[in-house]
Design a protein around this ligand. Sequence first.
Ligand SMILES: [Fe+2]
Length: 296
Amino acid sequence: MNNPPQRVEHQLTDKGYVPVYTTGVVEQPWSSYSEADHAVWAQLFARQQQLLVGRASDEFIVAQRAMAMSAQRIPKFDELNPILRAATGWELVGVEGLLPELTFFDHLAHRRFPVTWWIRTPEQMDYLSEPDLFHDLFGHVPLLMNPVFADYMQAYGRGGVKAHGIGPEALVNLTRLYWYTAEFGLIRQADGLRIYGSGIVSSKGESIHCLESAAPNRIGFGLERIMRTRYRIDTYQKTYFVIDSFEQLFDATLPDFTPIYKKLALQDSVAAGAVLDTDAVFNRGSGEGWLADGDV
Ligand SMILES: [Fe+2]
């Protein structure tokens, strides 16, 4: 008999919280969700839907409508997969928690998106330190319906497998790209800046902060610029990078990154809140509320 899927979370040790990794793919144990789990989904879904009007990118809204996830009950991966497969050939796979980098990249390279099967508790509505079902499913999955973004994510996965073979510095460079695009990216539309990054889309506070606060920098996308830039995992981002289109993102990430990694290895990294002379600046952040250290 198979064991039921586990809820794998970080652990508190004498060195503070440490992430715990898990590798397996699991069936979504849908019937094990409690009424409280469904209620957390429904509340977060309703709250973000309201916030995302006029804030999320048109592509996100279109993709989300096409996918038609249930607002009241936690969606079944098995019911979303035929819709996603028909649109772009991607599929969701259930996982128990954070994956090691190479495992994660390998899934993306094969058009499989790992979705954490468990959802946060009512006490964690506003923040938790690792991805859960709401972040993964509400935040990441809709844009996989978009053919260009879907191709970008696969190319990213292939690039990840390659970077893993090159070495840790290349991986650091590549991870920053994911962070500043798939997680915290903004896009410029005719009617203004909009959100597409899932770390923002799934967060109430950051959905407002990233567009409306004077504190953060908003800077035009640059591949090498992003790959050099450290980031925050414990606060809102100090800098958001703005793309013009998903085509721009896909085209910029088509070339082999190997020579770029070599070049970047000779340069210093850039602080999360820095603005460079070469930047296309939409907003120079006031820096209000920024902590001085803690960039990763
Ligand atoms: Fe994520």
